[in-house]
Design a protein around this ligand. Structure first.
Ligand SMILES: O=C(O)C1=C[C@@H](OP(=O)(O)O)[C@@H](O)[C@H](O)C1
Ligand SMILES: C=C(OP(=O)(O)O)C(=O)O
Length: 456
């Protein structure tokens, strides 16, 4: 795919027929694989490429639908975006003041990251743009981003009820720099404010009580912005960005996505006899909460050849089938494993005793209400569990019946998690729709089958 200035918006997802699938009890999983590039870094590489002067060369870009929609949006805003080969992309930037108003609405499909970061990007520019997405994205809250952006001077020209998509923003090159404390731990909100701050005169400051993934801050520095990150309180950070920097194109080598690696990783832990190595996995400490938790549960995960590549820690992970035990997962760990709770719930289904996952309110506003979707899926598969407020308690067992069909609610992580559960279950697990897996991990099915998984 090659996006150009005239690229048409993506067609909304969920238009086609549902694609059901079934995962069956499988023999030992074995092999060595590299999951696709990190989704968060991929979105940001394209967006920073849009703002930069010169040509940003990206290798290992995730070619999933979420990221491809961001590529199209960058092209519609004035960048020249070209695919040179598998995962190899070039972005010829529009430069600091070079963004142009897109002719058609920007369609972000299923992607909260894409739409929220791009709203921030547009806010500090003399640009008017309409933002839209699929039925799942249209249900998700955008006010969390609109609140700080309107304080900075962006105008909401139009929106659906409650500030939801579709919505039209009129940015301004006279954006005010603000100091903003994020009301919820969200890297998307933080990033939207910082991207808007690129267009503001003065210093934009974001304070977060709990540190969230810091790829935006790292990339700001990598592209030449003056950004200072300091600790704030027990778990938080204060990020200060000097406005109106000249961003200069810089190469980005995208490491393997730890949130995608989580699926073959947990599959190897629960399918007897398995021995799988996952290569080049990003080990940014704000992304490794799942690994910390699984190690506490007794998982055999060997961290091999840890090294720094392209400014991020990466490692190969050798994972072997393990007897797991239930643990307490504290709420302050949530930001470092926010997308991994569905697959952790699957690991917990096979652990001895109770795994208590605390403080999961943010799970309710993802592609689906993940707390409800996980609980319903566990019920359909015969796994004992309880939702108490914002906590999920899963009681594991040595054998799990399986069943389904599990309702995936347009949510890729629910689909992949329950297929993984099926691989170690007695009867297998069916899910109602696997189409959305293409948003983040388009090679999931062939990669899992290559390791020995039986999925039809
Ligand atoms: O900034 C990012 O790239 C992301 C931040 C998280 O969302 P929130 O900021 O809503 O927590 C995460 O769930 C999402 O998959 C990716
Ligand atoms: C929450 C996710 O993504 P987004 O918010 O970008 O839709 C995810 O990938 O699990």
């Amino acid at each position: 795919m090659s996006a150009t200035r005239s690229a048409a918006p993506a067609s909304g997802h969920g238009d086609g027929p549902a694609q059901p699938a079934t995962a069956l009890r499988s023999p030992a999983l074995t092999g060595r694989v590299r999951v696709p590039g990190d989704k968060s870094v991929s979105h940001r590489a394209l967006i920073f490429g849009l703002f930069a002067e010169g040509i940003t060369r990206i290798t290992g870009l995730l070619e999933g639908e979420d990221v491809l929609n961001t590529a199209k949006a960058c092209a519609a805003l004035g960048a020249r975006v070209t695919r040179r080969g598998p995962g190899e992309w070039e972005v010829e930037g529009a430069g600091a003041d070079g963004l142009s108003s897109p002719a058609a609405p920007l369609d972000f499909g299923n992607s909260g990251t894409g739409v929220r970061l791009m709203m921030g990007a547009v806010a500090g520019q003399d640009v008017t743009a309409t933002f839209d997405g699929d039925a799942s994205l249209r249900r998700r809250p955008m006010k969390r981003v609109l609140d700080p952006l309107t304080a900075m001077g962006v105008e909401i020209v139009d929106s659906a009820e409650g500030g939801r998509l579709p919505l039209t923003l009129k940015g301004s090159d006279r954006t005010k720099a603000i100091t903003y404390e994020t009301p919820m731990p969200s890297a998307q909100v933080k990033s939207a404010v910082l991207l808007a701050g690129l267009g503001a005169a003065g210093e934009t400051v974001v304070i977060e009580r709990e540190a969230t993934r810091d790829h935006t801050e790292r990339m700001l520095a990598h592209f030449g912005a003056d950004v200072r990150v300091e600790p704030h309180g027990a778990h938080g950070r204060r990020i200060a960005l000097k406005g109106r920097p000249t961003l200069v194109a810089a190469p980005v080598d995208v490491p393997a996505d730890p949130s995608s690696a989580a699926f073959p990783l947990v599959a190897a832990l629960i399918v007897p006899g398995s021995d799988v190595t996952l290569t080049d996995v990003m080990m940014n400490p704000l992304r490794t909460g799942l690994i910390t938790t699984l190690l506490e549960m007794g998982a055999s995960i060997e961290v091999v050849a840890e090294r720094t590549e392209g400014g991020e820690r990466v490692a190969d992970l050798r994972v072997r089938h393990s007897r797991l035990k239930g643990v307490e997962v504290p709420p302050e760990r949530a930001p470092a494993m926010i997308d991994e709770y569905p697959i952790l719930a699957v690991a917990a289904a096979f652990a001895e005793g109770v795994t208590a996952m605390r403080g999961l309110s943010e799970l309710r506003v993802k592609e689906s209400d993940r707390l409800a979707a996980v609980a319903d899926g566990l019920a359909a598969c015969g796994v004992a569990h309880e939702v108490v407020g914002d906590d999920l308690l899963v009681t594991g067992a040595t054998t799990v019946k399986g069943g389904g069909p599990v309702a995936t609610h347009m949510d890729h992580r629910i689909a992949m998690s329950f297929l993984v559960l099926g691989l170690a279950s007695e009867q297998g697990v069916s899910v109602d729709d696997v189409a959305f897996i293409a948003t983040s991990f388009p090679t999931f099915m062939p990669m899992m089958r290559g390791l020995g998984a039986v999925i039809s």
